[in-house]
Design a protein around this ligand. Structure first.
Ligand code: S3P
Length: 446
């Protein structure tokens, strides 16, 4: 992904159609990782074949597992058994993916192997001390760049000890890294989270045969515990469509008059649906049809129709359930009538880019009035009329910033250009052709 790919999005008519967006990124990473440490074969249907997940597949191969796609698009992973990961002969390159890096650092930490992790310029800026601090307490050692950043070497141990660790930040990646280290550690490892974050690790580890419990403590926090050294057995996994990816066509349909889209089999894990709750509060016409279970994860088909949106206040405690969706919510808010205030966005500063800064800067360029509060809040003043647009927006290697502004361009008076759409492939391969197939006008701007 060396060449920048500027894209331009112009005002469109109605978006109509029925589609399934690619598989859930969080679940895809975990299915490859857990399949790689189980005994026997794991069969994965609907794996997201985005760059981030392909980096995880490559890493699992370097760690000794096999992970291959068959002609029908089904992925088959042959695991090495818990504790059996081999020392990789090469550096593990995690590309743009914080999830891949943090979860794998946790997984290898309780193996007697040394692994070197690196990533692209965006990932190599992101904080890793949040995972290495608890993992050091468990007995692993690390050599990293200043600030705990990648490139980073993990010196793992087969004598890790269990801990009880209270998360200082609401992060499913940190929770998962500790639980995955605890998986190959004798005894019970517990992570306490004050705010519930996505629980795909817990759900999927149970599916593979581990004992993972969740208990509510007196102060309302959740204590998530894993019993070390279980027998994990290969499983079949059906990956739901990613609710974070579905957000882009969903918001586009809400904004374009006459639109009606049906988004099939979208993951509806309650710890992921904060954006949809917020859009409904804003007045969005979204019906959640055919609610059902797909291999342990709830899904629904979403019928989304155009209609006016109004500004709302989004409370800070909703942030973990929509942490990746603020950029696209901000695009929706820019087109809504009235002011939207999003509270508690500190974590947005350490995503693939400083999303708080990038969203505020991009919206300002597009003629939208915004304020960033000293408390890391974002206020977007919508007028109920299309934003001016007519600007080029910087994306800083961030797929979600790129897609959010391309959606904004569909609803703006003048086209919106993003400086680089290449990173969209990390999470949503085929985004441009899929959106154009629904009626969008997104084109190369080089
Ligand atoms: C993820 C957790 C979130 C999210 C990321 C995926 C996961 O990150 O932003 O896209 O799969 O566990 P944090 O744990 O850093 O909030």
């Amino acid at each position: 992904m060396s060449q920048a790919k500027p894209l331009r999005s112009s005002s469109t008519g109605a978006l109509t159609g029925t589609l399934r967006v690619p598989g859930d990124k969080s679940i895809s990473h975990r299915s490859l990782m857990f399949g790689a440490i189980a005994v026997g074969e794991t069969v994965i249907h609907g794996l997201l074949e985005g760059e981030d997940v392909l980096h995880t597949a490559a890493a699992m191969r370097l760690l000794g597992a096999t992970a291959e796609r068959d002609a029908a698009g089904v992925w088959r992973v042959r695991g090495v058994g818990l504790g059996g990961l081999a020392e990789p002969a090469q550096v593990l390159d995690m590309g743009n993916s914080g999830t891949a890096a943090r979860l794998l650092i946790g997984l290898v930490a309780s193996h007697p192997i040394t692994c070197v992790f690196t990533g692209d310029a965006s990932l190599n800026k992101r904080p890793m001390a949040r995972v290495t601090t608890p993992l050091e307490q468990m007995g692993a050692r690390f050599v990293s760049r200043s600030g705990g950043r990648l490139p980073l070497t993990v010196i793992g141990s087969d004598r890790t000890v269990p801990v009880t660790y209270r998360l200082p930040v609401a992060s499913a990646q940190v929770k998962s890294a500790i639980l995955l280290c605890g998986l190959n550690t004798a005894g019970t490892t517990t992570v306490i989270e004050a705010e519930p974050t996505r629980d795909h690790t817990e759900l999927m580890l149970r599916h593979f045969g581990a004992t993972v419990t969740t208990e509510r403590l007196e102060d309302g926090a959740l204590a998530v515990s894993v019993t070390g050294q279980p027998e994990l057995t290969g499983r079949t996994i059906q990956v739901p469509a990613d609710p974070s990816s579905a957000a882009f066509p969903a918001v586009a349909a809400l904004l374009r008059p006459g639109s009606e889209l049906v988004l099939l089999e979208v993951g509806m894990n309650p710890r992921r649906t904060g954006l949809y709750d917020t859009l409904v509060e804003m007045g969005a016409d979204i019906a959640f049809e055919n609610r059902r279970d797909l291999a342990g994860e709830p899904v629904a088909d979403l019928r989304v129709k155009h209609g006016p949106l109004k500004g709302v206040v989004v409370p800070a405690d909703r942030a973990p359930s929509m942490i990746d969706e603020y950029p696209i919510l901000a695009a929706a808010a820019a087109c809504a009538e009235g002011t939207t205030v999003m509270l508690g966005l500190k974590e947005l500063r350490v995503k693939e880019s400083d999303r708080l800064a990038m969203v505020a800067e991009g919206l300002t360029r597009c003629g939208v009035r915004v304020e960033v509060g000293a408390d890391d809040s974002l206020t977007v003043h919508g007028t109920g009329r299309p934003p001016q647009g007519g600007a080029t927006v910087a994306t800083a290697m961030d797929h979600r910033i790129a897609m959010s502004f391309l959606v904004l361009g569909m609803a703006s008076a003048e086209p919106v250009q993003v400086d680089d759409g290449a990173f969209i492939d990390t999470s949503f391969p085929g985004f441009v052709s899929l959106m154009n197939g629904l009626g969008a006008k997104i084109a190369d701007a080089a």
